[in-house]
Design a protein around this ligand. Sequence first.
Ligand SMILES: C[C@H](O)[C@H](O)[C@H]1CNC2=NC(N)=NC(=O)C2=N1
Length: 101
Amino acid sequence: MPVEPLSQKEIEDRLAELPGWSVEGDRLTRSFRLGSHFAATAMVVHIAQVQEELNHHSDLTLGYNTVSLAVNTHSAGGAVTGKDFELARRVQDLAGVHGAS
Ligand SMILES: C[C@H](O)[C@H](O)[C@H]1CNC2=NC(N)=NC(=O)C2=N1
């Protein structure tokens, strides 16, 4: 996966395919709401497994019944790259299993 910073157009095109995600500052972000604290915790563990598989890690925040992610690519100087969107797509795909919205 290339780790070149994405252009604004490339970011906008990718965001159009990822409902609920946005770029805040220099990080790709999304918050999910779940049915319970335990469900939110289980989703965090699942995301951690995917992040280890991809070797790409977000700042992951667990709330009472929420899970929030913020990510950019350290090796690209903190820019948003294709690796961030690869993680976001995997998280978006697994969210349904957890009843996250
Ligand atoms: C050594 C290790 O492979 C690197 O530090 C990985 C780990 N996880 C990472 N996560 C993110 N978000 N960006 C990186 O550049 C990155 N690099």
